[in-house]
Design a protein around this ligand. Sequence first.
Ligand SMILES: [Zn+2]
Length: 296
Amino acid sequence: MTTNMLNLPSFRILDMKESEYDYRFLVETTLPPPSYCPKCGTVANLYKNGKKEQLFFDLPMHAKRVGIFVKRQRYKCNDCGATFFESLPDIDEGRSVTNRLINWIQETSLEKTFTSVAGEIGVDEKTVRNIFNDYVNELEAQTDFRTPKWLGIDEVHLLKNYRCVITDVENKSVIDILRKRNKDNVISYLSKLRDIDKIELVAMDMWNPYKSAVNTVIPHAKIVIDKFHVVKLANEALEKIRKANRQNVTAKERRQLMRDRYVLLTRSKDLTDFDDQIKLQVWTQNFPLLGQAYAF
Ligand SMILES: [Zn+2]
């Protein structure tokens, strides 16, 4: 039997049993014996001190649960008398599962219940929940002390409410999502950020509470209005003028203007079609107000 079936090079498979729902492997390690005592550091004064079978769970295989029994070597140190087991690089000993199963649980728990994840792999629901909670805490710890140089404040509509989204613009990542986007909430969040003097720019839309919160907490930061929001407002204004203009034109022109509106919403340098350039000229020259709005 080869190590290939588990695809864990640190184990050699000694035996394998298969039943309706489970695979059970018996393995030993392929690693060289330890060269020093982890307790006192003495080099090469160790002797073997028995073996013990320990069970670890692994990724499901062919829709069956996989348990790995490791015949694990124990050593004793001649110098300090400490006993210890050989190390297992592919195993998370705290949770009694393989490291790759930890990753799998973290991802799968985002989509499935803890109970169904647990059932698929053979561990109990509490272990799955603990592994997932560790993961969430890890992610939270990572985001806490990362104050970006360019802070972004935006919003998403989530669960029937506008939520304030805090981003790291330079590294294109989301830092946090706040339940509410009002000024007090944003002020209280910004006040808790560390190294606030590191923030140079704050990008946002034109929502006034954001601006006023930033001016209060990070007065030294330059506020940058996201181009997307400016262009959006400009396009809306142009549409308003185009519609207001409908009264001044014939019915035929009105229909034509409706069809040609896309040229008014495109920069002239992006109008590659010659006909489109002509249309733009006709509308902006014959209707100066429209021409002015377009130029703006
Ligand atoms: Zn020792």
